[in-house]
Design a protein around this ligand. Structure first.
Ligand code: SF4
Length: 318
């Protein structure tokens, strides 16, 4: 069987999995094709909010012409502090077919984007991968970026082998308790680690670039949460000991409390410079070779999905 036929066979298998959905570790086992709904609340249709060149991703992803982000609605863990909560906590948005999504991907390529980047793809995976194969047959040449929350099943990630070029998973929690308290994610560290191992098996433990723009590999994101230093250190230790210190990290300082957690005892404030630097220094002390950092400042980076272009600092808005 040639590579294209094998990929198509695996994507068909993903589609069949909606009849008893186990696409993510929630393992809802509902028949989404018969109208049943699991934790994500999604049926068989993909639902998107917007698709646009995104200039606020890490430099290797945004490059000079933007990442080709496609924001999907709903999510499989619903963090209480999610900055995308307007779209991640409900399945509302614009329903699209695989053919329509393929056209969106080709439009992002025509707009000059460096990649196609579905955000929170997991519950929509069968349709996204079908769209990607269609777009590729129609001439799409951009790398596919899998921008996910890290709460993945390794055996589902295995089905993406040879199709995803760049894995961009969060690794939110090194302590299982944090996953239970802040997200609907039981046993988060175990699932995230197993999924990351599979991602690295497919694309290696580095990030290949051409003229500074990512073409293949992995980049792990960790959002440093206020008052949760032990959780961040546990994340670093898991990756260091369970995968490799060569894995590139993006350590994010941009946490901003949304209304739902304004009064939360831990999550109701931004991260201090000292807290953030402690995590960065720990990563360097553990031998991580590539660490992308952020400034700790008062900039407002939270998107507003009530706007057509959610990012206030988007160059198109200036
Ligand atoms: S994708 Fe949705 S329905 Fe399927 S297991 Fe995950 S949360 Fe449940």
């Amino acid at each position: 069987m040639n590579a294209d036929a094998d990929a198509a066979r695996r994507v068909e298998g993903l589609g069949r999995s909606l009849r008893r959905c186990v696409l993510c570790p929630q393992l809802c086992r509902v028949d989404r094709t018969a109208g049943e709904r699991g934790f994500c609340g999604l049926g068989t249709e993909m639902v998107i909010h917007s698709a646009l060149p995104h200039y606020g991703e890490e430099p290797p992803l945004s490059g000079t012409r933007g990442a080709g982000t496609i924001f999907f609605s709903s999510c499989n863990i619903r963090c209480v502090y999610c900055q995308n909560h307007q779209i991640s906590h409900s399945p509302s948005g614009r329903a699209v077919s695989a053919d329509q999504l393929a056209a969106v991907m080709l439009d992002l390529e025509a707009a000059g984007c460096h990649n196609v980047e579905p955000v929170t793809p997991t519950p929509h995976l069968p349709g996204i991968m079908a769209a990607f194969l269609t777009a590729r047959r129609q001439g799409l040449r951009l790398p596919l970026v899998f921008n996910c929350g890290g709460y993945e099943r390794a055996r589902i990630v295995r089905l993406l082998d040879g199709m995803v070029d760049i894995y961009l998973p969060d690794f939110k929690y090194g302590l299982a308790e944090a996953g239970r308290n802040f997200s609907a994610a039981a046993d988060y560290p175990r699932h995230a680690l197993a999924a990351l191992r599979e991602m690295v098996r497919q694309v290696g433990d580095g990030l290949e670039t051409v003229e500074g723009v990512a073409t293949r590999g992995v980049l792990v994101r960790h959002l440093v949460l206020p008052g949760c230093g032990a959780n961040s250190l546990a994340v670093l230790k898991l990756i260091r000991e369970g995968v490799s210190a060569s894995v590139p990290l993006s350590l994010m300082a941009q946490y901003t409390p949304v209304a739902a957690v304004q009064d939360h005892p831990l999550l109701g404030r931004r991260v201090s410079r000292a807290e953030y630097e402690r995590v960065v220094n720990a990563a360097l002390d553990m031998g991580f070779e590539e660490v992308i950092t952020q400034e700790v400042d008062d900039r407002e980076l939270t998107p507003d999905f009530a706007r057509e272009r959610p990012f206030a600092w988007d160059p198109a808005e200036q």
